[in-house]
Design a protein around this ligand. Structure first.
Ligand code: HEM
Length: 484
């Protein structure tokens, strides 16, 4: 019996273990069989990847929960991954995540069509309509939070303040609610979504405890139920985009249950990052008075222009270089997606400096722009510091030239990903955040409860999943401006 078990263990060891072959990147399997570095990776991926970078350089393969992942951290070489959709596949890993987080199985073929529908509504002509609807919703929700002659301050955590307002405004505009055929209260969707969001990383990694699994299932069930009317009928109050998406799923033969799961995934894609991004920006502005003054000054110049020319601030054409730089800097510090591709065909990774490495079929390759370029001290002086004007030249124009190893970088920040799978909602998200920050800073008095407060720490377990979130919150107080 003992011999059989020992033989079995030996067999598993031989079959699952691997050694670095000639031409492959440095391999670091970690001490624990199969798990490899999974625990350290899950705890704080950024810290772990930095440690591996010190040990192995800017390309290496690590074992994480049975998978072999090659990390590429040289931004000069990112195009070799982003530009090769033949050997490196975006969809397979996306499908793994869809299954784990949303329990969603959609045919491979649907993804391109879904993206095309989204592009049609979120890029180009339709963007202006979305932006003004979003602006109206934001103003209405903000008004409902305060009273007209309110003299007293209201206190709240800035993260919750930003996330809840933007989430509810976005939900109302895209998914409907509060209509005859869709009487769902956006606040209840937000409350459930927050619980879901709290478990999302563990769902993606498959590390939920039994208790958390039960909670996740019940929250998913509630959200599917709340989203069931969205996009179904003309009077569900949903956007043309969601109608078109729902119709596509119906015509493609997707059953109702899977449709609702797909709608939850769209809720995550459209709402999951905007609120946290707005929080970081507002937080950095409030804790950096000089930056706050500069953004307010630019807004007030634009307000004057808006009244004389009638061009609304939401318009993508409006020139706000100071705001843009302040946002880019906030995203540099807090946008930390993994850009992951599955190796579907053996590939030679050709680095910009001439090095070449073999990538094995079945492995994953992952870019982590947060480590480089975004937090790279060779590119950014004092990378941990928020400097609102990092992306401005002395004459006030936009700064785009950043260097590593003496060579100009094509990718100097990557909050939106890049290449064919870059973010479809980028312009909509930027316009929304700009409108939100503008509305809050011009129509309300908003200040830190403790004038000496510092930004909260980052929740280190969320590296790799888009926008980071804080540990705790930043208490602020607000009231309508007396002049309004
Ligand atoms: C601050 C807000 C946002 C951030 C930081 C962000 C970030 C990203 C990133 C990094 C990716 C690329 C993932 C990869 O290459 O693996 C991505 C993809 C995507 N984003 Fe966003 N996003 C934001 C808001 C939005 C919004 C508002 C929408 C929709 C209206 C959206 C729709 C999408 C879609 C559909 C994709 C997948 C593209 C594809 O399938 O090729 N995002 N986003």
């Amino acid at each position: 019996m003992i011999w059989t078990i020992l033989l079995l263990v030996l067999l598993i060891f031989i079959l699952t273990n691997r050694w670095r072959s000639k031409g492959e990147p440095p391999l670091d399997k970690g001490a624990i069989p199969w798990l490899g570095h999974a625990l350290e990776f899950g705890k704080d991926a950024s810290k772990f990847i930095n440690r591996m970078k010190m040990k192995h350089g800017d390309v290496f393969t690590v074992r994480v929960a049975g998978r072999y992942v090659t990390m590429l951290l040289d931004p000069h070489s990112y195009d070799t991954v982003l530009g090769d959709s033949d050997s490196l596949d975006f969809t397979r890993y996306a499908q793994v995540l869809m299954e784990r987080i949303f329990r969603l199985h959609l045919p491979y073929s649907q993804q391109a069509k879904s993206k095309e529908i989204m592009k049609r509504h979120f890029v180009g002509m339709n963007l202006a309509t979305l932006n003004s609807a979003m602006s109206r919703n934001l103003q209405a929700l903000m008004k409902a939070k305060t009273t007209q002659n309110q003299k007293d301050w209201k206190e709240e955590g800035l993260f919750n303040f930003s996330y809840s307002l933007l989430f509810r405004a976005g939900y109302l505009m895209l998914f409907g609610g509060e209509q005859n055929n869709n009487p769902i209260d956006p606040s209840s969707v937000y409350e459930e979504y927050k619980k879901f969001d709290g478990l999302l990383v563990k769902m993606a990694r498959g590390t939920l405890t039994q208790e958390e699994k039960k909670t996740a299932q019940s929250v998913q069930n509630k959200l599917w139920e709340l989203l069931a009317p969205a996009g179904l009928t003309d009077d569900s109050g949903s956007s043309p985009w969601l109608h078109a998406y729902r119709q596509f799923l119906q015509e493609d033969g997707t059953d109702v249950e899977m449709q609702n799961r797909a709608i939850l995934m769209q809720l995550w894609a459209t709402q999951g990052n905007v609120g946290p991004a707005a929080f970081w920006l507002l937080g950095f502005l409030l804790t950096n008075p000089e930056a706050l003054m500069a953004v307010k000054r630019e807004f007030s110049q634009n307000t004057q222009m808006e009244t004389t020319t009638g061009t609304p601030l939401m318009d993508s054409q409006v020139n706000t270089p100071v705001f843009d730089s302040a946002l880019e800097e906030a995203l540099r510090l807090t946008a930390a997606p993994f850009i992951t591709r599955e190796v579907v065909r053996e590939k030679t990774l050709r680095m910009a400096d001439g090095r070449q490495y073999l990538l094995r079929k079945g492995d994953r390759v992952c870019l982590f722009p947060y480590v480089s370029p975004q937090m790279d001290p060779e590119i950014y002086h004092e990378p941990q510091k928020y400097k609102y004007d990092r992306f401005l030249r002395e004459d006030g124009s936009v700064k785009k030239d950043f260097y590593k190893g003496g060579k100009r970088l094509k990718y100097y920040t990557m909050p939106w990903g890049a290449g064919t799978n870059g973010c479809v909602g980028k312009q909509f998200a930027i316009n929304t955040i700009r409108q939100f920050v503008y509305m809050v800073l011009t129509n309300y008095d908003l200040e830190l409860c403790d004038p000496n407060a510092q930004m909260p720490e980052i929740n280190a377990s969320r590296y790799g999943f888009g926008m980071l979130q804080p540990e705790g919150d930043l208490p602020v107080r607000y009231k309508p401006r007396s002049t309004h």
